[in-house]
Design a protein around this ligand. Sequence first.
Ligand SMILES: C[S@@+](CC[C@H](N)C(=O)[O-])C[C@H]1O[C@@H](n2cnc3c(N)ncnc32)[C@H](O)[C@@H]1O
Length: 250
Amino acid sequence: MRLDILTLFPDLFASFLEESILGRAIKKGLVDIRLISIREFAKGPHKVTDDRPFGGGDGMVMKAGPIYRALESVERERDQTLVILLTPQGRGFDQPTAWELSKREHLILICGRYEGIDERVRTGCVDMELSIGDYVLSGGELAAMVVADAVTRLVPGVLGGERSNLEDSFEDGLLEYPHYTRPRVFRDQEVPGILLSGDHEKIRVWRRTESLRRTLERRPDLLRRAKLSEEDKRILERLEQESAKSETGS
Ligand SMILES: C[S@@+](CC[C@H](N)C(=O)[O-])C[C@H]1O[C@@H](n2cnc3c(N)ncnc32)[C@H](O)[C@@H]1O
């Protein structure tokens, strides 16, 4: 997979691209991430990339010209290239969207700054607008890192033998069960005995129950969309009864 990231601040990405899973995926050639400095496509001796807004008001707006030229410099993969604008006004980025994007061979991410980008970039050359949450960042770079990280870890081979992503939260519409590692007792808190039992079937049922319990307690909205087996439904019924009992104190 190839990702081209258009930004005014390419240096912000340095350690993010070198470390850990993403760094290894890049070294192995599974992911190719290129940083395109929008400033290099600005004209004039001062390489100006922003200007005052038409109509007045505070702040500066990123000019369309340098972004169009930066986009035109990127070689496209026919039918596979998707141009994404990071913006708080976009569609909410989530795990299904990460899967959708991981199937593309080429993504171009555009990072805004200041008050945002001249609207003609959005109307003229953007295929998708993504927001990483209902808050406003100073720039699109952190959002681009979030999207790049979540998407590339789904590319086949990136997680390697290290672990599977299929049990992660949101993969089957549920939150994941809790994890424990050594020591067995830490500051008077013990690991649940079942995890030390060696009984794989009991451990599977315990993990599924905890996954359903967490989702019920923290994100009941997810349960409405999750694909639940008959076993899941029975477990949920029991969890709901337990919680009703504890609420009435009986
Ligand atoms: C200060 S913000 C501009 C916000 C814009 N004035 C608005 O109210 O919609 C600057 C840039 O940060 C990025 N950004 C800010 N919040 C974001 C979010 N929640 N998701 C994705 N990108 C975001 C966008 O690229 C945006 O152009």
